[in-house]
Design a protein around this ligand. Structure first.
Ligand code: SAH
Ligand code: SF4
Length: 340
């Protein structure tokens, strides 16, 4: 919610300033989504607020729950009519993670990703990012009495093309006076925005960083992640290596598996040498993401081929996880968010 505007509203209407903290706690700590839930306020004030002030800058237009019940996709409407998507994922029993969007569309235009298809419409404001959390948290509390334990910036958009808003939103999420998640429960995924990685190391050294690598040769990476043309692999290598030196933290390497494109044995070997030139294997967790269908020419590898690639990387000494496709039946899996 726009707390600054709310503070102004209180002032203009001669409402005592202590109401601000009451409302802030109700919205950011207890996830009130309607004024009726903010029962500490006198009824006449609540009635006025209902007419004059919206709690969330995003409005739930639709929620879809995956058949297995382990993913919930929200379609949110923004004030200017744009739409974004946010996905709640149940990673372990009752451990929910929220995948938030940072832009309407994405300027990077990776050819396998539904978000990139339409290009960038606009950046999200800090409130529009945080309010995805508040609205999803309210939903989870109401429907299942459960809480969100972590946030991943892996929805629509390239977070580091909207750096200031992302930084501001993370501060609100991590601040114990506000949501109070803790930086270690927050992860940001980038397609390789080098200046962003450098700033992130200084500004938020306790947060987790994920790099969407997908290829370890420039020719192929230029095609799969067009931002590579601006920040080629040698620059990315230096930025990630400096990040590790500064933060002493592990980095997550995301690698979407596209059959016949980037999943051969020799490509596994190249990935090994690229990573080793950046830092020792203990500094990486490789997250293999079998391609989720988005239309177009790519195919997911057969299960056995995923296992072969994973096995090779393990033999090279890396920690490897294969991402379970969650929410693909509601088009809520990685790369499928289009804000339709
Ligand atoms: N823009 C950021 C974060 C959002 S994308 C980034 O690219 O890192 C989150 C992850 O989903 C990225 O690793 C992305 O490459 C991956 N992804 C995109 N489309 C996909 C698809 N169709 N199947 C599987 N993973 C996909
Ligand atoms: Fe943008 Fe990430 Fe999709 Fe690439 S994969 S188009 S960077 S959202």
């Amino acid at each position: 919610m726009d707390l600054k505007k709310f503070a102004d509203f209180l002032k203009e209407n001669d409402v005592p300033a202590f109401r601000l903290k009451q409302v802030r706690d109700a919205v950011y700590k207890n996830f009130a989504a309607t004024w009726d839930e903010v029962t500490v306020l006198p009824a006449p004030l609540r009635e006025r607020l209902k007419k004059e002030f919206r709690i969330h800058s995003v409005e739930v237009l639709e929620t879809q729950t995956a058949k297995r019940g382990d993913a919930v996709k929200f379609c949110f409407g923004l004030k200017d009519g744009h739409r974004i998507e946010t996905v709640l994922l149940k990673l372990l029993a009752d451990k929910w993670s929220l995948c938030v969007s940072t832009q309407v569309g994405c300027p990077v235009r990776c050819p396998f990703c539904a978000t990139g298809r339409k290009g960038l419409k606009r950046n999200l404001s800090p409130d529009e990012i945080v309010d995805q959390f508040l609205a999803a948290a309210a939903y989870l509390r109401q429907t299942r009495s459960q809480k969100i334990g972590s946030v991943i910036f892996m929805g629509m958009g390239e977070p580091f093309f909207n750096y200031e808003s992302v930084l501001d939103a993370i501060h609100t999420m991590a601040d114990p006076e506000m949501i109070g998640l803790g930086q270690r429960h927050i992860s940001v995924s980038t397609s390789g925005h080098v200046p962003g990685i450098r700033r992130f190391a200084k500004d938020l050294p306790q947060c987790n960083l994920a790099i969407s690598l997908h290829a370890s040769e420039d020719e192929l990476r230029n095609e799969l992640v067009p931002l590579n043309v601006n920040y080629p692999l040698h620059q990315l290598a230096k930025a990630v290596s400096d990040y590790i030196t500064i933060t002493k933290r592990k980095v997550f390497i995301e690698y979407v598996l596209l059959d016949g494109v980037n999943n051969s044995r020799s490509q596994a070997a190249k990935l090994n040498s690229w990573l080793r030139a950046v830092a020792a294997p203990k500094y990486f967790t490789i997250n293999l993401i079998p391609y989720n269908r988005t239309g177009g020419v790519y195919k997911a590898p057969a299960k056995e081929r995923v296992q072969v690639f994973a096995g090779l990387m393990e033999t090279y000494g890396f920690e490897v996880t294969v991402r379970k496709s969650m929410g693909d039946d509601i088009a809520g899996a990685c790369g499928q968010l289009a804000g339709k």
